[in-house]
Write a new protein. Structure first.
Length: 118
């Protein structure tokens, strides 16, 4: 499975229903998720993209990896108060998402993915 670009409407159906429950986080996914907030013009985001693609194959069936373009999905960027990119949200099956700002090494990303997929 490759990383998936996701829109606001798809986010509300697949990850969390922000339309009907904006103040009550309830994860809807079938497995943990990593959400990459990025922009096409962002250098660190471009460096991170191929690493996330590799990890999406490595963690297939364990963690879903989504990408959100902050320039196209301003509502999601605003909801999560994204001020720097890349920003990653690690979403466990239970509990609140964990935020990580800045580009990470493959090993750091593996640690993040392992922490939510156990």
């Amino acid at each position: 499975m490759a990383t998936l670009n996701i829109s606001y409407s798809a986010f509300c159906k697949e990850i969390a229903d922000l339309e009907n429950n904006p103040n009550d986080w309830k994860f809807l996914g079938a497995r943990p998720a990593l959400i990459d907030f990025y922009a096409s013009w962002c250098g660190p985001c471009k460096m991170l993209a191929p690493v996330l693609e590799e990890l999406s194959v490595e963690y297939e069936g364990k963690v879903d990896i989504y990408k959100i373009d902050v320039d196209k999905e301003e509502r999601l960027a605003e909801y999560f108060d994204i001020r720097s990119i890349p920003t990653l949200l690690a979403v466990p099956m239970e509990g609140k998402p964990q935020r990580s700002v800045g580009a990470k090494s493959k090993e750091q990303l593996r640690e993040l993915l392992d922490s939510i997929s156990k």
